[in-house]
Design a protein around this ligand. Structure first.
Ligand code: PXP
Length: 253
């Protein structure tokens, strides 16, 4: 497809996790990023955590230098990370909450309590030409807060919805999907670009793609889990097909 109405951002953190388990240089997250792009990814996401448990400073530098598609630098809104992002100059920075004890990013940003700080960081990165995205819960209040913070982009946390589906909790899943839908609509009304991610697989990616306001999905864990069995390129192609099918379904509805 020459023009993609829905972008796929591939998160390569898990490749770095595997590399770090042995302490050597393999597998290389940059190689995964280059292969992902060749297979149809529209961008690469990498999260430089405070504890450097997967992606390292040098990975972020190499990704910025070597990839031909936009780099989405996922980070906590700390002074240290802001300084590194200003030095790296990625296409975008996705601000996320970060807890040392968590296995992955468990919730959206507390955009109410951290409002003023996020406003300062968003403006600072924006002045440097970095598009800031806020990773938020799919709630009306969070979208309103993102607007008042001045963020040009939000990424809706799809984790609770995916989790409800995984556990067969249909009523909760329906409720969570309705929240995602309302948040995506409101973002669009407020001229905020809307992304989504966390815990997505082929089926949930297809479903979330039915929401026409969502223009980017960021996916990591499932793609690399699939890659073990079918290869990364095949997993990305199947994901792309699922997203395109969902988008076509949404447009036809
Ligand atoms: N988007 C954000 C902001 C994330 O923190 C993560 C997890 O690192 C993802 C997307 C991707 O989630 P997953 O690895 O579950 O696909």
């Amino acid at each position: 497809m020459a023009h993609s109405p829905l972008r796929l951002g591939v998160n390569v953190d898990h490749v770095a996790t595997l590399r770090n388990a042995r302490g050597g240089s393999l597998p290389d997250p940059l190689r995964a990023a280059l292969l992902a792009i060749e297979a149809g990814a529209d961008g690469i996401t990498a999260h430089l955590r405070e504890d450097r448990r997967h992606i390292r400073d040098d990975d972020m530098k190499r990704l910025k230098q070597e990839i031909s598609k936009p780099l989405n630098f996922e980070m906590a809104a700390t002074d240290e990370m802001v300084a590194i992002a200003l030095d790296t100059r990625p296409h975008a920075s996705c601000l996320v909450p970060e807890k040392r004890s968590e296995r992955t990013t468990e919730g959206g940003l507390d955009v109410i309590t951290a409002h003023d700080h996020l406003r300062i960081v968003t403006a600072e990165l924006g002045r440097a030409g970095v598009r800031v995205s806020l990773f938020i819960e799919p709630s009306i209040e969070a979208v309103e807060a993102a607007r008042s913070i001045g963020a040009p982009v939000i990424e809706l946390h799809t984790g609770a919805w995916c989790d409800a589906l995984t556990h067969g909790e249909d009523a909760r899943a329906e409720h969570e999907f309705a929240r995602l839908k309302a948040a995506a609509r409101l973002a669009s009304e407020k001229a905020i670009e809307c992304h989504a991610g966390h815990g997505l697989d082929y089926d949930t990616a297809r479903q979330i793609s039915t929401l026409p306001q969502v223009v980017e999905l960021n996916i990591g864990h499932f793609l690399f889990a699939e890659a073990i069995f079918v290869g990364l390129a095949a997993a990305i192609k199947q994901m792309r097909a699922a997203m395109d099918a969902g988008r076509a379904e949404g447009l036809a509805a």
